[in-house]
Design a protein around this ligand. Structure first.
Ligand code: GDP
Ligand code: IMO
Ligand code: MG
Length: 422
């Protein structure tokens, strides 16, 4: 069976740490969408590592890791990541597999991302500028190049043809930056990528499942950044929700068992777009400071606010979440009072439904206040050691969502995770 770990908010919920924690119980860890826009942080000993495309199970020798067809892959970034993990003794030639159907991010995709963002002016998405949008556009536009094609002797011809197409678009944007250095790196990295395990991902994973192996699918970004169900157009370009596992790996829906949804005990967003519970005040500043809320990929400060149960319940619905994992609970340790958004007030009317056009509406969040626990929680190792007030905060979330918090993460460390429900 396939279990899934994915983000329920606007990304950066702590998925990397959680996947790393659970990886020991699985045989295969697979990324099914997104690309180097992701930044998944985990710790090996006291060393912090940020993974972008390689699944977060890579530090467990028992597991193999698959980059699925739903991912868009930048060979340059992959090569750097492989060098980093090799420094920790990981042999990627043994435990990393890449689907031949995975689409490639080309240097011109990065240039197009930059040019498109610039042209949007104040309406820019706040993209990570890794070429994600243009690469997925070439996939759905039926132009893209895939990893399997690298092995074809005509790859360079196909590349030049697509590059010419991109150049016309770049000329339209009046984009004149010289990207020849990016291209040089790209072709060097392509030679490296060709030596890795390029497989037929859908047969690979189904063979594993047929042998009774356990698969963990690792989501990138978060449900509110989903191309269909997120805060469009301020979203990423892939399906970040559970459904993305099926088309991003080639597994059938009935193979999916647990969907573990990761959410922070508060909320953050990086980049543009609506964020109803955002706190543009000293409380937001405190959350950013205590939670070290700066992007793992771009270093940008993350916007911070209270937990939004309207958005979370919506995310639980579209994902079929079976277990919640609540992260960064320790970040709230010193707050005297906490607030939880239970409804949106839109033009005088309260609703608990996620509107289609969140960005265009004047939303006043309806809050329920909770006393803070005002006690250190990061040293707790079992439920009884967690502050009582934290437990009532969590019970309220359980009741509202109709799905229970099964684990509470109380620090960035690998073992700072407490099971609170079976
Ligand atoms: P991801 O993209 O979902 O994997 O999350 P990121 O790695 O971008 O951001 C999460 C950040 O929070 C990282 O710096 C983690 O080390 C850190 N983190 C994860 N869980 C916890 C936690 O429970 N408490 C604290 N204080 N930090 C955490
Ligand atoms: P992880 O996996 C947080 C945001 C960007 C931007 C929008 C579109 O680490 O949780 P894109 O580069 O996809 O064109 O950007 O989505 N974004 C993320 N925000 N965490 C991420 O990944 C993100 N990946 C993209 O900031 O607003
Ligand atoms: Mg991240």
């Amino acid at each position: 069976m396939v279990d899934v770990i994915l983000g329920l908010q606007w990304g950066d919920e702590g998925k990397g740490k959680i996947v790393d924690f659970f990886a020991k119980d699985y045989d295969v860890i697979a990324r099914f969408q997104g690309g180097p826009n992701a930044g998944h942080t985990l710790y090996v000993g006291d060393k912090k590592i940020v993974l972008h495309q390689i699944p977060s199970g890579v530090f467990h020798n028992n597991a193999i890791n698959l980059i699925g067809n739903g991912v868009v892959l930048d060979p340059v970034i992959l090569k750097k990541e492989c060098d980093t993990v090799a420094g920790f003794g990981v042999d990627v030639k043994k435990n990393l597999f890449i689907s031949e159907r995975t689409h490639l991010i080309l240097p011109t995709h990065r240039a197009l991302d930059k040019a498109a963002e610039l042209s949007k002016g104040t309406q820019k998405i706040g993209s990570t500028l890794k070429g994600i949008g243009p690469a997925y556009m070439d996939k759905t536009g039926r132009n893209g190049l895939r990893v399997g094609e690298l092995l074809d002797k005509n790859f360079t011809t196909a590349y030049i043809k697509l590059r010419l197409k991109h150049q016309r678009l770049l000329d339209n944007y009046a984009f004149t930056e010289d990207i020849s250095a990016w291209e040089e790196e790209f072709f060097e990295a392509v030679e490296y990528l060709k030596q890795l395990n390029i497989v037929n991902g859908e047969y690979f994973i189904n063979d594993q499942l047929n042998k009774g192996k356990k698969v963990l699918a690792e989501g990138a970004q978060g449900s509110m950044l989903d191309i269909d169900f997120g805060t469009f157009p301020f979203v990423t370009s892939s399906n970040t929700i559970t459904a993305g596992v099926c088309n991003g790996l080639g597994v059938a829906p009935q193979k999916i068992r647990d969907v573990m949804g990761v959410t922070k005990a508060y909320c953050t967003r990086v980049g543009g777009g609506p964020f109803p519970t955002e706190l543009e005040n000293e409380i937001g500043e405190e959350l950013r400071k205590i939670g070290s809320e700066f992007g793992a990929t771009t270093g940008r400060p993350r916007r911070c606010g209270w937990i939004d149960l309207v958005a979370l319940k919506f995310a639980c619905m579209v994902n079929g979440v079976t277990k919640i994992i609540l992260t960064k609970a320790d970040v709230l340790d010193s707050f005297k009072e906490l607030e939880v958004c239970t409804a949106y007030n839109i033009a005088g009317k309260e609703t608990t439904e996620m509107p289609m056009n969140l960005g265009k509406m004047n939303i006043v969040p309806v809050y329920k206040k909770f006393p803070g626990w005002n006690a250190p929680s990061s040293t707790a190792t079992k439920p009884s050691e967690l502050p009582g007030t934290m437990q009532s905060y969590v019970e309220f979330i359980n009741d509202y969502l109709g799905v229970n918090v099964h684990y509470i993460s109380n620090g960035p460390g690998r073992d700072q995770l407490i099971q609170v429900s079976k």
